[in-house]
Design a binder for this molecule. Structure first.
Ligand SMILES: NC(=O)c1ccc[n+]([C@@H]2O[C@H](COP(=O)([O-])OP(=O)(O)OC[C@H]3O[C@@H](n4cnc5c(N)ncnc54)[C@H](O)[C@@H]3O)[C@@H](O)[C@H]2O)c1
Length: 270
């Protein structure tokens, strides 16, 4: 259902890889709500070719950018300015840990990989913010979002250095949010439930912790489609005074100690 919440708004959506990606669902919902946007991903993400389908469906242009490259970002935002003028929203939906991908344990990190994973998952958010800040590219009441995970606050086995990257990512939203406040621009992170995507299922034991989170969350896990609805709300004019927050979108998981369902498993009643 469309409410026309993003009618006339222009933005950039980073990180749609395939139709499982959270950014893919966000793009579909933003399109339904009347937004126009550029889709961006790293050159390697574009080579997979699936993004063309989304671009066609949403009438969007694709502009590649390695989000760790300030030069690529400058070119992308220059092209966006030429196309739209100032922007109303940005989604950072980018994450990757080389240590996780290559099965390297937290107690035995390869620090080159740690640095690369930090740059992709957290540094890139600062680089995007700094690029649009310097170009003064956001309209008043624009909204900038990045996607996070509760491993920034609590320990989850095998989330590895992504936990540290997410803590840094959330901190960037708070730190840069102050400056963007001067320009009436919001900067927030959304802490999403485990979601079966390429990045999500790359974490060892993912099947276990998505089921555990489901049993712990009074409302159940939030899906990628539901995350897209929340992003639309956060890009809309209905949430203009929310900034510098990490917003849990997790069916209540973050407020739980233990659920009856999980207790029942241990007492053999389930
Ligand atoms: N899936 C989950 O369980 C879950 C839960 C909470 C938060 N998140 C976060 O949501 C975001 C999106 O992930 P997803 O689950 O949709 O998976 P995904 O694999 O579909 O998306 C990750 C994206 O990051 C892109 N990317 C990687 N390196 C890049 C670079 N250098 N420059 C530009 N883009 C690059 C990939 O091409 C891909 O499109 C990530 O930040 C992830 O950590 C995911």
């Amino acid at each position: 259902m469309s409410y026309g919440l993003l009618e006339g708004k222009k933005g950039i959506i980073f990180g749609a890889l395939n139709n499982q990606s959270i950014a893919w669902k966000v793009a579909e919902r933003c399109h339904e709500e009347g937004a126009e946007f550029i889709l961006s991903n790293a050159p390697i993400g574009l080579r997979m070719g699936e993004l063309n389908e989304l671009a066609e469906k949403t009438g969007s242009e694709i502009i590649g950018a390695d989000a760790t490259s300030v030069e690529d970002l400058e070119k992308l935002f220059d092209a966006a300015e030429e196309k739209y003028g100032k922007l109303d929203f940005i989604l950072h939906s980018i994450g990757m840990s080389v240590n996780v991908r290559k099965g390297r344990h937290y107690t035995d990190m390869n620090y080159d990989w740690t640095a690369k994973g930090w740059d992709i998952s957290a540094g890139s958010f600062h680089k995007i913010l700094q690029t649009v800040w310097k170009k003064d590219l956001m309209n008043e009441w624009a909204s900038i979002l990045a996607l996070s995970y509760i491993a920034a606050q609590r320990n989850f086995p095998d989330y590895n250095d992504m936990a540290d990257n997410k803590a840094y990512l959330e901190s960037i939203a708070r730190s840069f949010g102050v400056y963007f406040g001067e320009r009436k621009v919001r900067v927030n992170t959304i802490s999403q439930s485990p979601t079966p995507t390429t990045a999500g299922t790359g974490v060892k034991g993912f099947g276990g912790f998505i089921s555990f989170a489901e049993d712990m969350s009074p409302l159940g896990n939030a899906t990628a489609d539901e995350c897209a609805d929340f992003c639309v709300a956060m890009f809309s004019d209905l949430t203009r005074k929310i900034t510098m927050q990490n917003l849990y979108h997790d069916g209540g998981f973050s407020a739980m100690g233990v659920s009856q369902k999980v207790i029942d498993r241990y007492t053999g009643e389930n």
